[in-house]
Design a protein around this ligand. Structure first.
Ligand SMILES: CCc1ncnc2c1ncn2[C@@H]1O[C@H](/C=C/CNC(=O)c2cc(-c3ccc(F)cc3)cc(O)c2O)[C@@H](O)[C@H]1O
Ligand SMILES: [Mg+2]
Length: 214
């Protein structure tokens, strides 16, 4: 039994990136994924779009569904304003363990809470457990068939407010057709598609930004 890909990705970060330097952590992961092993991080091209949306929203409260190795967690957390906080949900304990170390290597552990468990189990308890009133920003990047049920749950739990920005990865590849149809047709959302490419490839993919109108 050797190492897992997330463990090899973490080793690449520890060998190539400078502790406390989030840009070097991002660069080390992108280098590993381009030159050693592809991994399902949002990547540099879609990451640049993620950066611009996070900078525009400048969220005090942010939620990420699907931490994986913490790449997009680091991209989001490094752009949070003073007092900003990111909660990221991850149900695979091995991935969560790697992500915590990647986030710590970037020096962002004080802005981020990695919560282990299923999004559907945790979303109804975020308010009581973390004192969250509502989220300013939500990044969706977990199982694609759970995007739609999870935003409906966020709505039902009152965790979205007028102006909350949702950003969804992979709306083309692997694709999230039911989610896309819902946010584009619903009167409760104003949606915009950002065309891009699947991380580290030339395949088409993109991000869907949806503003909750209440
Ligand atoms: C139970 C709810 C729930 N609660 C909490 N955490 C959960 C969860 N369900 C899942 N997770 C965690 O989220 C991550 C999964 C993410 C799933 N992502 C893709 O499948 C994906 C695939 C491609 C691609 C692959 C192959 C290709 F050929 C093309 C494209 C590209 C991408 O960018 C992709 O995001 C893992 O850490 C899970 O442990
Ligand atoms: Mg993704």
């Amino acid at each position: 039994t050797g190492t897992t890909r997330p463990q090899r990705l973490l080793r690449a970060v520890q060998e190539r990136a400078t502790r406390g330097d989030s840009e070097s952590v991002i660069a080390a992961i992108d280098h590993f994924c381009r030159h050693q092993e592809w991994a399902m991080n949002v990547g540099d091209e879609k990451g640049f779009i993620l950066d611009s949306v996070v900078s525009e929203v400048s969220p005090q409260t942010a939620l990420e569904l699907g931490t994986y190795c913490g790449y997009s967690t680091v991209r989001i957390a490094r752009l949070l304003p003073p007092g900003g906080h990111l909660i990221t949900l991850e149900f695979n304990p091995n991935y969560a363990a790697v992500a915590r170390q990647v986030i710590a290597w970037a020096g962002l552990e004080d802005m981020v809470q990695v919560v282990e468990g299923a999004s559907g189990d945790w979303i109804p308890h975020l308010r009581e457990h973390f004192g969250i009133e509502s989220f300013d920003f939500v990044f969706l990047d977990h199982w694609k068939e759970l995007y739609l049920p999870d935003i409906k749950l966020l709505e039902e739990c009152g965790l979205l407010r007028k102006g909350t920005v949702l950003l969804a990865d992979n709306v083309i590849c692997p694709g999230t057709p039911d989610y896309l149809e819902y946010v584009r047709k619903s009167q409760s959302y104003e949606s915009h598609y950002f065309g891009s490419h699947l991380e580290y490839t030339r395949a088409e993919d993109g991000l869907e930004k949806s503003v909750y109108l209440g």
